[in-house]
Design a protein around this ligand. Structure first.
Ligand code: ADP
Ligand code: ZN
Length: 679
């Protein structure tokens, strides 16, 4: 079977996602491959499909047990022989995997890296006819990364021992990690490398300045009620208070952080995976290991620590490709907190400088004046145009020439020898004769009272943006006093100008909840009905809902409203196996009672042979009692008709061999005519 046929028949997708096909072809051809694709880009397909084409079994190494079990279940649902050897297995499951391995029927064997420590495993793999090693989350081999897994270092040796090609996948793209992967997994030999774009076009991007942040989050959640979402919080305490607030507002929610018992964390993970519409308020500890494709929104109640962290966290939304939304809140306190975290960390100075750089990139994104996505992707080295799908494309920022204001603020800081924070500096600019100002004689500074064109709120926004543009930095040694950076010097000297936003405060005030829908109002009731059916089937199967069909598939069903199994087969995400298992159930929801269809015919649904079969059936019915209606009734079995439709004989001899003399005499000519006219 061709790769595109497998893609639609087994996985139910009608096209490859960008980048997938090249990778699939290279892996099938037995090349060593390294693919860097963003989260949700569809990495798993890039080893699952080749595994079906290649002889023997593909070993998949992944660090995430929950994810492995999910994938195995998904593959089985699609009719693929897959199994996992993990610590979570029951003895029966493990036995079944070994049996399938010995029988040589297993196509994919998932395994945690820890297994490779045992000599028994290596021997077993040596006998099992492994033809490909696939490594998920390949960056775990990097000793300098956050996700280092020492057992990943054994993979290189496994490859040498088995002497088979290896395909490595990761979403982490920086050049150093890439180099380490090549060294450790490929023994230094450069594999075919695929670097796929970082854009996640279905995710809507938005930032807002904190202004009553709890209400901002509540409003955001209300507008998305019933959809699964994550609220990332900067502290453990906040996960609990926000979860409580959301729950008081009638949402289904829970909290999650690293200080909780392992068992409690697992319960939350499992609930999130299985339930529709649960909100989890979490610290970033809730991350790796969440493989829920239908997370519809991610909100940041506090600013993330870097642009990479931001990208990874929002990237958990919308992995199924259906619309997803994000909102990131930030304020001056966040900026101070994140800077302080870096400065107080134990990293060596060059590392700290790099961390400040990553934070600056995120602040630049937060304070961006034009398309957020453009800004974000430019950081990753891409050069896209404006996206039309972010808050700044939706509503362009109002900007003003902030050069004079910035110079006033810098002057106030410099003339007080960079010993003060924003509050005091603003008092100077506004000419407020506070005690502190009078005591220090700051009312006699030339900058005293020069900033009366702006009010206090506006000055706060200006200072925040100055910190965002890294013109001023809080100094830890001086208890957060603001000090000028080198970036500010050209503006101070009058060699550069700067534009600032004037609308960020107003915007935060004005945005009430606006309900967003996944489908038009007209299709919404049907989508709800389809989801209810899915929930029912998922509960029956004790599986997460998206294993049945993902949101995107249900949305397409609600919009296209297939009325027959053939039409159903053309919906994205409906492969042959799922069509057989669930097609009727969902068709019933859309079209009411469904006409009984012979199982043979169902197998042909969505293919050309289906239509041929139907024609053959008609012709046969008309000849049931012979050309003159006087003969003995006679008809081919459904499976024989299906065979005729599939084999497509072009001459009587061939057809006679397929259906036998008796039937050929009655139906032969008419069948040949059908076959000729439908080819
Ligand atoms: P990741 O790259 O993060 O591992 P996955 O392999 O989990 O991504 O795929 C993300 C989602 O995209 C899954 O829901 C998967 O079913 C879907 N997907 C993958 N390939 C395609 C495709 N060619 N067409 C449509 N959906 C796809
Ligand atoms: Zn945009």
């Amino acid at each position: 079977m061709s790769t595109t046929t497998l893609l639609s028949d087994v996985f139910g997708f009608d096209a490859f996602r960008p980048g997938q096909q090249e990778i699939v072809e290279a892996v099938i051809a037995g090349e060593n491959a390294l693919a860097i694709m963003p989260t949700g880009g569809g990495k798993s397909l890039c080893f699952q499909l080749p595994a079906l084409v290649r002889n023997g079994v593909t070993v998949v190494i992944s660090p995430l047990i929950a994810l492995m079990r999910d994938q195995v279940r998904g593959l089985r649902e699609a009719g693929v022989e897959a199994g996992a050897l993990t610590s979570g297995n029951t003895p029966e499951e493990t036995d079944a995997v070994w049996e399938a391995l010995e029988a040589g029927t297993l196509k994919l064997l998932y395994m945690a890296p820890e297994r490779l420590a045992s000599g028994g495993t290596i021997n077993m793999l040596r006998r099992a006819g492994v033809s490909l090693i696939a490594v998920d989350e390949a960056h775990c081999v990097s000793q300098w990364g956050h996700d280092f897994r020492p057992d990943y270092l054994r993979i290189g040796e496994l490859k040498r021992t088995l002497d088979v090609p290896l395909a490595a996948f990761t979403a982490t793209a920086d050049a150093e990690t890439r180099e380490e992967i090549v060294q450790k997994l490929f023994g230094g030999q450069q594999p075919a490398t695929f670097l796929r774009g970082f854009d996640r076009p279905n995710i809507h991007l938005a930032f807002a300045v904190k202004d009553g942040p709890r209400n901002q989050i509540l409003n955001f959640a209300v507008a998305r009620k019933g959809q699964s979402g994550i609220v990332y919080c900067g502290t453990r305490a906040k996960t609990e208070t926000l979860s409580k607030a959301l729950s008081d507002a009638g949402h289904n929610t829970c909290h999650y952080h690293g200080g909780m018992e392992a068992e409690d964390r697992r319960i939350v993970e499992r609930r999130f995976q299985q339930e529709d519409g649960l909100i989890v308020c979490a610290t970033v500890a809730f991350g790796m290991g969440i493989d829920k494709p239908d997370i519809r929104w991610v909100a940041h109640a506090d600013l993330p620590k870097s642009i990479e962290a931001y990208y990874q966290e929002i990237g958990r939304a919308g992995r199924d490709g259906a619309p997803a939304e994000t909102l990131t809140l930030f304020g001056p306190d966040d900026i101070r907190y994140r800077r302080q975290q870096i400065d107080e960390g134990l990293a060596p100075p060059e590392r700290r400088a790099a961390d400040h750089g990553r934070l600056n990139a995120l602040l630049g994104l937060a304070e961006a004046l034009r398309c957020r996505r453009q800004n974000l992707l430019e950081y990753f080295g891409e050069t896209p145009g404006p996206c039309g799908h972010c808050d700044l494309c939706d509503k362009p920022a109002e900007v003003f020439d902030g050069t004079t204001a910035v110079r006033m603020a810098l002057s106030a800081a410099l003339r007080t020898e960079e010993w003060f924070g924003a509050g005091h500096l603003i008092d100077i600019l506004l000419g407020n004769a506070t005690d502190k100002i009078q005591q220090r004689g700051h009312d006699s500074l030339p900058t005293y009272g020069v900033g009366k064109d702006y009010d206090k709120r506006q000055w706060q926004a200006i200072f925040r943006q100055m910190m965002g543009h890294d013109l001023l930095r809080p100094d830890r040694e001086r208890h957060g006093a603001l000090r000028m950076t080198e970036h500010a010097r050209p503006i101070l000297r009058g060699e550069a100008t700067i534009e600032l936003r004037k609308d960020t405060i107003k915007a935060a005030r004005g945005s009430g909840p606006k309900v967003r829908m996944l489908v038009s109002e007209e299709d919404a009731p049907l989508l709800s009905a389809l989801k209810a059916k899915r929930r029912y089937l998922a509960e029956q199967a004790n599986a997460p809902a998206y294993i049945i069909f993902n949101d995107r598939t249900l949305i397409e069903m609600a919009e296209k409203r297939p009325m027959t199994l053939d039409e159903m087969a053309h919906i994205g995400g409906v492969g042959a196996k799922k069509l057989e298992n669930y097609g009727r159930d969902f068709l019933e929801v859309i079209a009411g009672a469904v006409e009984e269809v012979h199982p043979m015919r169902r197998k042909l649904a969505g293919r050309d042979e289906g239509a041929v079969y139907d024609r053959l059936m008609q012709v046969q019915a008309s000849l049931n009692r012979g050309p003159h209606g006087a003969d003995k009734p006679m008809s081919c079995s459904a499976s024989l008709l299906a065979k005729v439709a599939q084999l497509r004989s072009t001459d009587m001899d061939h057809l006679t061999r397929v259906i036998g003399d008796k039937y050929a005499e009655r139906f032969g000519e008419a069948f040949l005519e059908v076959l000729e006219n439908t080819s």
